[in-house]
Design a protein around this ligand. Structure first.
Ligand SMILES: Cc1cc2nc3c(=O)[nH]c(=O)nc-3n(C[C@H](O)[C@H](O)[C@H](O)COP(=O)(O)OP(=O)(O)OC[C@H]3O[C@@H](n4cnc5c(N)ncnc54)[C@H](O)[C@@H]3O)c2cc1C
Length: 474
């Protein structure tokens, strides 16, 4: 009987967990999670909150979770030696930092007699199999999506019915589980008002969306004041729910007649797959532009602009509402993510990597692949990106997608009394309206930190310089 350590990374679940299923089938199992020893980010909050229910489920199956802090390769090597494990199984991850950990693990001397197996990452398909006719990776989403739809997405791996451990249940039973989980989490504690991380929470959220949301997804998904999207991103990013399980749950609901035409939603799941696929094939894109001509983009060094953006104090209500929603809840509606990111990159000409880093720290649903794709798309430096001349007008976006200003009123309460007609451009509102609503521009709410028209021409000039560079290099 094999004695296998199963390393839980971000596949924080029992269902569709290839490493856990294989370990359970071949002998006894010691499930282990290793938390990083550094100041926590918002997604660390999600992960640590997922460990409580995961730990309970694993204990109920027969083998409680051991939670440790430190560098995963070192902790795992020590645990393998201390417990006499003869195998270590884990699900692979595709991002460069995680791959580095995997390489380190393989290179550690202490694991010489331990069989190490890397199982599939949390993707629908093997990214090395889905290729263009000429055998190269897809660069354009449309053709990727077409090809994906022709494929049979494998079924999720069943959860084990029972687990047995070769150690006593209280072995290292996360000696200080509560102190590890609650350590340094005060900033993100408020996220608990909005989210219930964990596998159970993910199923509940999916069922709610299946019964009440997916039908109107296409018409409602762009309106941030409406609960019109699945809100599953945190569950998918942490692996509380597997992408294959979700894909098949949608398909099953369609077959059973509970859902009609779920294609718009499935298409968004395919965007996630595309993000993972690109990161697998082009691992440098977390901090390098996919289009090399963007290496010469004339970014501006604007510390004050960056600080105002982070704080939600730009004077553009939709951008500010999004940035404050992010700080409060650890997520931001997709439409607003696009507008806020575009504002940073195009209106302020601040390097997208600054925005991506802020999102890394503050998004509870942070996903390195989706975040990278999102920022490169907005900056125009991705392969299949927003055209450079598309510069979102944050005021018009607000009027279009938050016509009654409900979203803005919620997150920017100092503007809550303004009539809908004026709420998207408070600085241009008549003085008597502002006075009546208690708004003093520059005091209770900032004046726009940059004028839209000026910013637009400046951005177009900067993008033209990149185009020129590309043409010179042809
Ligand atoms: C600048 C920028 C940064 C982003 N950073 C992240 C991130 O760190 N983590 C993250 O999960 N998403 C990110 N996104 C994508 C998107 O905004 C979120 O996935 C979405 O808002 C999550 O809400 P939802 O679960 O209700 O999505 P739904 O609309 O219900 O979509 C369902 C799922 O599909 C996937 N998905 C949807 N849209 C996209 C997309 N454009 N790209 C890739 N996958 C998508 C997500 O897994 C999402 O949970 C980013 C987008 C932008 C523009």
């Amino acid at each position: 009987m094999m004695k296998t350590i199963v390393w839980f990374r971000n596949g924080l679940r029992i269902h569709d967990h290839p490493a856990l299923a294989a370990a359970a089938a071949s002998g006894t199992v010691l499930p282990v999670a290793v938390l990083p020893d550094r100041p926590p980010t918002a997604s660390d909050w999600w992960i640590s909150k997922s460990l409580e229910p995961l730990s309970k489920r694993l204990a109920a199956l027969g083998s409680p979770l051991v939670i440790q802090k430190g560098s995963p390769p070192e902790v795992l090597a020590r645990l393998a030696a201390d417990t006499g494990a003869d195998a270590l199984f884990f699900n692979g991850q595709i991002d460069p930092a995680a791959r580095k950990e995997e390489t380190e693990l393989l290179g550690l001397g202490g694991l010489d007699n331990v069989k190490i197996s890397r199982f599939e990452p949390d993707m629908m398909l093997d990214p090395d199999v889905l290729l263009t006719k000429s055998g190269t990776p897809f660069k354009v989403f449309g053709s990727f999506w077409k090809a994906l739809q022709q494929e049979k997405i494998p079924w999720p791996v069943p959860a084990p019915d029972t687990l047995s451990s070769w150690r006593e249940a209280d072995f290292l039973q996360s000696s200080s589980l509560s102190s590890i989980l609650n350590d340094g989490q005060s900033w993100s504690a408020k996220f608990g008002q909005y989210w219930t991380p964990g596998e159970e929470g993910s199923f509940e959220r999916w069922e709610m969306f299946r019964d009440n949301g997916i039908q109107d997804y296409e018409t409602k998904r762009d309106y941030p004041a409406i609960d019109g999207t699945s809100r599953l991103s945190g569950f998918l990013a942490s692996g509380n729910m597997s992408i294959r399980a979700l894909w098949h749950a949608v398909k099953r609901a369609e077959e059973e007649g509970d859902v009609q035409q779920p294609e718009p939603f499935l298409r968004q799941l395919a965007w996630r797959e595309f993000a993972y696929y690109q990161l697998h094939h082009f691992p440098h894109i977390t901090d390098q532009p996919l289009r090399t001509e963007f290496q010469h983009f004339p970014w501006m060094n604007d510390a004050a602009g960056l600080a105002a953006w982070k704080a939600g104090e730009t004077g553009y209500p939709l951008v500010d509402a999004g940035m404050r929603e992010l700080w409060q809840t650890g997520t931001m509606h997709n439409r607003v993510r696009m507008v806020a990111a575009s504002f940073l990159v195009k209106h302020l000409l601040i390097d997208w990597r600054n925005g991506a880093e802020w999102f890394r720290q503050t998004l509870a649903d942070y996903d390195v692949a989706n975040n990278t794709l999102g920022w490169q798309w907005i900056a125009g430096s991705g392969f299949d990106a927003a055209p450079y001349f598309r510069i979102f007008n944050p005021t018009v976006q607000g009027e279009k997608f938050d016509p009654d200003g409900l979203y803005i009123r919620r997150w920017v309460p100092e503007l809550a009394q303004l009539p809908s007609k004026f709420i998207h451009a408070p600085a241009d509102s008549p003085g008597d309206v502002l006075a009546e609503c208690g708004v003093v521009i520059g005091e209770t709410y900032p004046a726009p930190i940059v004028d839209h028209k000026t910013a637009r021409s400046r951005a177009l000039a900067a993008y033209d310089s990149v185009k020129g560079h590309k043409e010179r290099n042809r």
